[in-house]
Design a protein around this ligand. Structure first.
Ligand code: ADP
Ligand code: MG
Length: 240
């Protein structure tokens, strides 16, 4: 479903992605880990066209992301993205956060969008919060709303960029539980995270990045089974 081939990207002189190739099949849950600054965020942002790149190719469900003429807004509408800092609209209620893009981008009626949005809000356990504003919710609750908002667009895949790293420890699991549920339902996911418990539970693939390169791209069992590179083992030893 997602194919990344020989992808390189520079910021000026600085090469942030160096010949990265990997692919994600429908239903795959890929965990991407690696030290800070290794290019993880940049890699997943290129997938939905949030970051341009200079070399290589990316196709998502048959659509070439970098090709001139590709309708990037249409592509982004099909791929859900959840960021570290929730990125809810602060001036909109939770319900409005859930419905806005459905109406503006998918052309659903307010009624349709509301039904779909509230169903997903219920799913993440926050139906009672629909009339509140983001700053009235905890970080964990805001992140669950952000996930529900992405799901309301009926995405073909979900990208997560360190979705729990801005959360207080006691809120991490409520977000991971939602993500585990999604994975178990067969959602195609690329997840940048250092939550190795999540990786062990639901990932089928683990990618390890360092200095813009993909150093490991293997089955979870292989990655955690000690067959990985010294660099990756070193990294694991430090974060677990
Ligand atoms: P990670 O998510 O693994 O921490 P990033 O993809 O955010 O890494 O960043 C990779 C590298 O690219 C870092 O060295 C970072 O400083 C650099 N970088 C990220 N965004 C920009 C930018 N807009 N301009 C210049 N350098 C950037
Ligand atoms: Mg990052």
């Amino acid at each position: 479903m997602i194919d990344i081939s020989k992808l390189s990207k520079w910021y000026g002189q600085f090469q942030v992605l160096d010949d990265c190739s990997t692919s994600v099949a429908k239903g795959d849950v890929m965990v991407i880990c690696g030290p800070s600054g290794s290019g993880k965020s940049t890699l997943i942002k290129t997938v939905n066209g949030l970051e341009p790149f200079q070399q290589g190719s990316i196709t998502v469900d048959g659509v070439s992301v970098g090709a001139p003429g590709t309708d990037l807004p249409a592509l982004r509408a099909r791929i859900g993205m959840v960021f570290q800092n929730f990125e809810l609209f602060p001036h909109l209620s939770i319900r409005q956060n859930l419905t806005l893009a459905q109406v503006k981008v998918l052309g659903r009626t307010e009624e349709e969008a509301s039904v779909r949005g509230l169903k997903l809000l219920d799913r993440v356990g926050l139906l009672a919060q629909q009339d509140k504003y983001p700053n009235q919710l905890s970080g964990g609750q805001q992140q669950r709303v952000a996930i529900a908002r992405a799901l309301a667009m009926d995405p073909i895949a979900m990208l997560f960029d360190e979705p729990t790293s801005a959360l207080d420890p006691e809120m991490i699991n409520e977000v991971l539980d939602v993500m585990v549920g999604l994975a178990q339902e067969g959602m195609t996911m690329m997840v940048v995270t250092h939550e190795m418990g999540f990786a062990k539970k639901v990932a089928n693939r683990v990618v390890f990045m360092d200095q813009g390169r993909i150093l490991e791209d293997c089955a979870k069992e292989e990655f955690f089974g000690g067959a990985s590179s010294e660099r990756a083992r070193d990294f694991l030893a430090r974060i677990i």
